[in-house]
Design a binder for this molecule. Structure first.
Ligand code: 2F8
Ligand code: CA
Length: 400
């Protein structure tokens, strides 16, 4: 055999070996491929399952994330609540201590209440008896209640009407408030007027007292006149018989009276003029003369009497005010010479209204005559020794 054949045979063996190896490898690869195919299929199945699981896990994760956020919020709230509870716990601990003290006190009270309870049990029995009676009363009250319900309905109607009235009254109230303010102003003015009137009233009271005295005197006179009237009635009956003659006489007398009145009036006017010319002052219904010398009380009175007058009698505030204006200490016609302490005017009337200076009269039996003294004051009379010398004031009533 040639060398080429050997070489070829060797190559063939090598190829056969290589072919065998390759076939083996291919079979192994085929087996491996089959295994891998199985594995791939398994992996594909596994992948599908894992994808499903992943989606489920993703959903689960999202839910858990939401839950976590809620839990976080809840946690924050619980933290706040815990802090509040801790504060509350401190306060509650304090309260518990106070309650413990309170509990101790209550225990003592409870013991007392137990004692009280025994007593109350007794009272309860009594109350049970009372309850029976009250049940009877309640039944009566129920009847009464029905009646009252009817009345209440009527009152409700009445209330509605009153509500309307109240609204009207509120309007009225506003108006009245305005009026009240005006009245308050008016009231202040009236208060001032009232004070003035009070002063005036006091003066009038004094005058009224004087009038009362005058009235009493007139009552006495009236009684005398009534007696006289009875007598005159008798006389009148007698006189009626001779009425013709008397009528004639009366007419004559009336004529004469008219003439006399005319001449009296003229004379009175003349007297008045005369007196005014002779230094007399005219005031109200009288003439007044103030002396220019000083004399004792009696000498002063004599002077007045000689003038057809008398020492001045002061019966009211007007006369007292009139005489003060002359600014002189002057005797007036008041004395208690007759009976110590009983003051009388020169016409014999008792003194009822007086204007003594404070502390007067104080002279007892050594000062029995009265002078106008401190003329700058309303009350200015002073009792003085009648032998003292003073100016004096005469008074003559004017009969027109
Ligand atoms: O005014 C008081 C008092 O003044 C005098 O006495 C100090 C009078 N007497 C004489 O003037 C004498 C009192 O009559 C009078 O009360
Ligand atoms: Ca005196």
């Amino acid at each position: 055999m040639c060398q080429t054949d050997i070489k070829w045979e060797m190559e063939m063996v090598l190829l056969q070996t290589s072919y065998n190896n390759l076939t083996k490898e291919r079979d192994q690869l085929q087996t491996s491929y089959n295994n891998l195919t199985i594995e791939r299929d398994q992996l594909q199945t596994s992948n599908i399952n894992l994808t499903i699981e992943r989606d489920q896990l993703q959903t689960s994760y999202n839910n858990l994330a939401i839950e976590r956020d809620q839990l976080q919020t809840s946690y924050n709230n619980l933290t706040i609540e815990r802090d509040q509870l801790q504060t509350s716990n401190i306060n509650l601990t304090k309260e518990r201590d106070q309650l413990q003290t309170s509990y101790n006190n209550l225990t003592i009270e409870r013991d007392q209440l137990q004692t009280s309870n025994i007593n109350l049990t007794i009272e309860r029995d009594q109350l049970q008896t009372s309850n029976i009676n009250l049940t009877i009363e309640r039944d009566q009250l129920q009847t009464s209640n029905i009646n009252l319900t009817k009345e209440r309905d009527q009152l409700q109607t009445s209330y509605n009407n009153l509500a309307i009235e109240r609204d009207q009254l509120q309007t009225s109230n506003i108006n009245l408030t305005i009026e009240r303010d005006q009245l308050q102003t008016s009231n202040i003015n009236l208060t001032i007027e009232r004070d003035q009137l009070q002063t005036s009233y006091n003066n009038l009271t004094i005058e009224r007292d004087q009038l009362q005295t005058s009235y009493n005197n007139l009552t006495i006179e009236r009684d005398q006149l009534q007696t006289s009237n009875i007598n005159l009635t008798k006389e009148r009956d007698q006189l009626q018989q001779t009425v013709g003659d008397i009528t004639k006489e009366r007419n004559d007398l009336q004529r004469q009276l008219k003439d006399t009145e005319a001449s009296c009036k003229t004379r009175a006017e003349k007297d008045k003029m005369n007196m005014l010319n002779n230094g007399w002052q005219f005031f109200r219904d009288g003439f007044y003369h103030i002396s220019s010398q000083r004399k004792t009380w009696q000498e002063s009175r004599n002077d007045c009497l000689q003038k057809g007058a008398d020492l001045m009698i002061i019966n009211n505030i007007e006369e007292q005010t009139f005489i003060r204006q002359f600014n002189k200490y002057m005797w007036i016609g008041l004395t208690d010479s007759e009976t110590e302490g009983t003051w009388k005017w020169v016409d014999g009337t008792p003194m009822t209204t007086s204007y003594w200076d404070s502390g007067e009269p104080n002279g007892g039996s050594s000062e029995n005559c009265v002078e106008i003294k401190y003329y700058d004051k309303e009350n200015n009379w002073n009792d003085e020794a009648c032998s003292s010398s003073h100016f004096w004031v005469c008074e003559k009533k004017f009969l027109s």
